[in-house]
Design a protein around this ligand. Sequence first.
Ligand code: SF4
Ligand code: SF4
Ligand code: SF4
Length: 327
Amino acid sequence: MNQWQFEEVEVAETWQHLLSTQALDIGLFAAFAALALTSFFRKSVRLKYVTLVAAVGYLGVYKSQLLSIVNVFGVMGGNLPIFKYNLGWYAFALFAIATTVLFGRLYCGRVCAYGALTQLLDPIVPARYRYDVPLRIERQASKIKYGILAAVVIYFIATRDMSIYRYVEPFWMFTGHETPVMWTALGVLLLATVVVRNLYCRFLCPLGAALGLLSKVTIFGIKRWSECNTCKLCEKTCQWGAIEGPKIIMTECVRCDDCERLYMDQQRCPHWIILKRVNSRQSAVGSRESSVEVGSQRSKSVVLSDRSSAVGSIAPQKLPSATPSHE
Ligand code: SF4
Ligand code: SF4
Ligand code: SF4
């Protein structure tokens, strides 16, 4: 009985009821996840940008749902949302973890609303406002986020205070509730991101660092050709500082697809260019040899001289490896 003396009727909590009340939430997330995976597997630039816009609009503005360092604290303290009332959230978290284990930081590359927002800035900001961090500094600066992760985890263990997240993550921007000082700090961060591309994600985000650590166990890495040992094209293309010579640094890679599109580009990737050259030489030799065979019907002595000159014109060449290696 309550203060109005009405009898309270308890609604039985069946799974059918729980699922039906959360069906829209689960359905919308499933649609978003399908879009993100389709854009990833098809390596489509257009679909990637559609996914980034959807991430900002749906996960950021509409749901204000992002993974956060608070969730890392939650895992450590056994303080996670109640499963049956948060099916959509668990689908979201499971998607982020599973894709990281399978492919690397796909979450950062196209799901996180903040990362999506800064990536959408990329094509808009004129190149003259950009500052490209030298690779040597990039390598050192990318370690800062691991220091921040360690610091906030130690702080949480010592105090059990989760509110530290406000000072190390800007994700609250999607909820809109903060002090003028925090909004000013966010403005400075976004301005700095205009100058240094993806500044927060590359150097400062503790959640990105946590996902980076998880991505050390990634199962399906990025394929490489043997020509990647000397070619620098992908390294120069990567805007995340995640390529060092032939090596992909999976902790920094966000599976943006830029290098993977180059990998398959038959006009630009040296692997394909060399392969085409070798193939055309081989077919030239083949056609010469067949004309020699025809000539052999006429004169055996001519055959011998023609054959030796044809074979001599192309020394046996080592074909580029057609079987890619995984990093
Ligand atoms: S690094 Fe952080 S802010 Fe950037 S995309 Fe990843 S989780 Fe989001
Ligand atoms: S362009 Fe081709 S050969 Fe060069 S690094 Fe990229 S995948 Fe390797
Ligand atoms: S360019 Fe390649 S290595 Fe760099 S972030 Fe994108 S997918 Fe990863």
